[in-house]
Design a protein. Structure first.
Length: 78
């Protein structure tokens, strides 16, 4: 029984410490979520720009990729 009482007291102390941080965690989560979306948007912009650059400097490869994509779309069945 004594071990169970000590465990309960430790748990109560841990819960009391977690309560004030809960508000901060919510704010951090929202901020990190917005930051993650900004980083993702920046990454996608750079990826799109890199693909366009690659298509410009390697026109034969870009044309072959377009042809493969068109062939895939022609043979695709619903």
């Amino acid at each position: 029984m004594r071990d169970g009482e000590q465990r309960d007291q430790r748990q109560a102390g841990r819960d009391a410490r977690d309560l004030p941080d809960a508000g901060e965690n919510v704010a951090d989560a929202q901020e990190s979520d917005a930051a993650r979306r900004r980083r993702r948007a920046q990454f996608l912009r750079e990826l799109h720009e890199a693909k366009q650059l690659r298509d410009r400097v390697q026109p034969r490869r870009a044309r072959a990729a377009r042809m493969r994509q068109q062939m895939r779309m022609r043979t695709f069945r619903w």
